[in-house]
Design a protein around this ligand. Sequence first.
Ligand code: 4AD
Ligand code: MG
Length: 461
Amino acid sequence: METPRIVDIFKQGQPHQEVVVQGWIRTKRELKDFAFLEVNDGSCLANLQVILAPELPDYPELLKQLNIGSSVQITGKLVESPGKGQKIELKAQEVRIYGNSNPETYPLQKKRHSFEFLRTIGHLRSRTNSIGAVMRIRNTCGQAIHEFFQSRGFIWVHTPIITANDCEGAGELFTVTSLDLNNPPKTAAQELDYSQDFFGRRAYLTVSGQLEAEVMASAFSRVYTFGPTFRAENSNTSRHLAEFWMVEPEMAFCDLQGNQDLAEAFLKQIFKTVLEKCPEDLEFFNQRIDNSVIATAENIVNNEFARITYTEAIALLEKADRKFEYPVEWGIDLQSEHERYLAEELFKKPLIVRDYPAGIKAFYMRLNDDQKTVAAMDILVPKIGEIIGGSQREERLDVLETRITPEARTELWWYLDLRRYGTVPHSGFGLGFERLVQFMTGMGNIRDVIPFPRTPMSAEF
Ligand code: 4AD
Ligand code: MG
């Protein structure tokens, strides 16, 4: 017999129907004449209640073995549930235990656990309601992202994870090497000799797929990447990971205005899809984590984002009725406290800030006519701050050459070549996938929205 997922049983199951269910026991309750199990298979938040009656073979022995955390297969008949809330439950006819669990030592008990504690049991925490709901929403976001781009004719391209360039120029790179670090080859200057390394040069884990996405956009017009990126920035914050997933569309024949329009439509579409497909999980976050989660999602779908320039943002910050830790003046990089003040308190919705000072942004951003600012845009949202960073790219070879360091100019000869052979105005952005999921769920720490977080001093699971 086909084994349905529990989510489908709740949707389609009819009383008297015979089903086979497989999952893990969340709780066991023994009454005088019956026992109840709550079984979960990860397909939805709700557990399926299973009734065990004494007529089952070896009932007393069976009960002893059915413990919280055990994996089981239960064959039985669906019956209407007398309890309120759930309309269907399962009356067991046959129980098979795949793997027993020791209820004394199983780290997940019925009570609520702190997220800090759950991080110490990364191999088991996905069996909790909260991490389970996060991962389902994460999955739906991923699906919505592909659908958004695919329905607009974007080609999904796979950019390399190992690269020789530092796209963002921030020096937050992890080196990839196969040299024997206990006995490495050295140059005359006593530095590591990467010419003898695997790739014959120094290589890194990528911080962004953008430069390669620009190559692909110069052939396919509209492309996107969706892959892991790595940053060795030593920030132990609730919004930074050393390994995170980034979605990066890149569009030829597109300026900053088009870039902003796409990014706004993109976020709206993702929130709309999650509202439609994950109402139960969203409701869970709304009740347990942050009671503004659903209102925020609806606000994003239904209202236009605010759009201002960096210069306007600075003026607003200077007028603010508070002191910031980092003083405000034209030319500073916006800190998270500034970003949050703007999005959370002033505009109370997503805000696109554009035209940042050239000095604080990456070399590839297009220089504006004022010669002071670049055609950059960041999307700032309440609670998180920056969720998307993007720009129109510098497509003029002569201008790009003035913005690039001499070393990068040699290394990125192929990137400059794009400006020699059929250059076009083009734009793109990067969405931090975990920041999106964090924003959507209201989760306080980014480490709890990725299955296996990588942060300074932590890569256990
Ligand atoms: O603003 P960033 O650095 O932009 C880029 O990398 C561009 N190359 C993107 C592009 O134009 N194609 O990073 C993009 C987004 C940020 O807005 C943020 O949401 C996320 O990536 N991000 C991080 N997320 C988690 N942990 C970190 N350490 C992050 N650093 C950036
Ligand atoms: Mg950025």
